[in-house]
Ligand binder design. Structure first.
Ligand SMILES: C[S@@+](CC[C@H](N)C(=O)[O-])C[C@H]1O[C@@H](n2cnc3c(N)ncnc32)[C@H](O)[C@@H]1O
Length: 249
């Protein structure tokens, strides 16, 4: 009998933020599959769920698949196809395979690359998605500042898009979320001031939310030039057009 592939979101890092549905799937799946960007790196997703696997009567088979952060489209496609073949072979043997991702599997996740390849190459394979708590909502919770209220609009922007595009999108948004690193946080200030954000607009820097190394800084746009921030991929910036009175000040 054919198995299936379950894309599982395991939340932003705190193991207690794994849903009951994800937990059940992790306790029963025949094969656990985790993504890594490089062979020598340890998988953050695997570290987050290791305790669940260790509690199982028999530790399941774990496959670590490499999804490198490179730009060569043809090499990427070759690797994604190879990964799709690896998981499809397991499923054809009747295994249920759980592909584990941090946050939610359909929100900027590695799983999406695999999902597209599987849909095209193996349309007969059953796919299930278990949503997870996203880093976005975790950031909001950690900072104790709502992501959106009343009629506020939110625009989510990956940091690596150009400043012109950022400016265009910021014109119409109340709240902006910058994902995938921190590098350009200080460069954002003049861009946003051009489209009506003020020195009093609220800015939140959130690193490794809900993880032991969590760091959250809340301030006003005018404070940012004095912030000491190191680049960390697991970080995001949220900027609210309005001033948000909070008890951190
Ligand atoms: C490839 S995306 C994955 C998003 C994930 N699937 C989700 O649902 O949250 C990676 C980006 O998510 C953000 N991120 C992930 N985990 C985070 C955390 N615990 N704290 C802050 N930002 C996080 C960072 O901006 C990071 O660069």
């Amino acid at each position: 009998m054919a198995g299936k592939i379950i894309g599982i979101g395991i939340g932003p890092g705190d193991p207690e933020l794994i849903t009951i549905k994800a937990l059940k799937a992790l306790k029963t799946a025949d094969v656990i599959c985790v993504p890594k960007s490089r062979l020598e790196k340890t998988s953050m997703a695997l570290s987050t769920i290791k305790h669940i696997l260790e509690e199982r009567e028999k530790y399941p088979e774990v496959i670590e698949l490499i999804f490198p952060m490179i730009r060569d489209e043809s090499e990427l496609k070759r690797l994604w196809n190879k990964n799709a073949e690896i998981v499809a072979d397991k499923v054809k043997k009747g295994d249920t395979l759980a592909f584990v991702t941090l946050g939610d599997p359909f929100f900027y996740s590695t799983f999406i690359y695999l999902y597209h390849r599987l849909k095209e190459m193996y349309p007969e394979i059953e796919l299930e998605i278990i949503p997870g708590i996203t880093s976005l909502t975790a950031c909001s919770a950690s900072s104790k500042i709502p992501l959106a209220e009343k009629n506020e609009t939110v625009v989510i922007i990956p940091y690596n898009i150009g400043s012109k595009q950022i400016e265009e999108m910021a014109k119409y948004a109340d709240n902006l979320v910058f994902m995938k690193g921190t590098k350009h946080i200080k460069d954002l200030v003049p861009i946003l001031e051009r489209v009506g954000f003020t020195k009093n607009s609220t800015i939140i820097f959130a690193k490794r939310c809900t993880m032991p190394e969590e760091k959250v800084i809340v301030g006003k746009l005018s404070d940012v030039q004095n912030w000491d921030i190191c680049e960390d991929y697991f970080s995001m910036t949220v900027i609210k057009r309005s001033y948000f009175q909070n008890n951190r000040e």
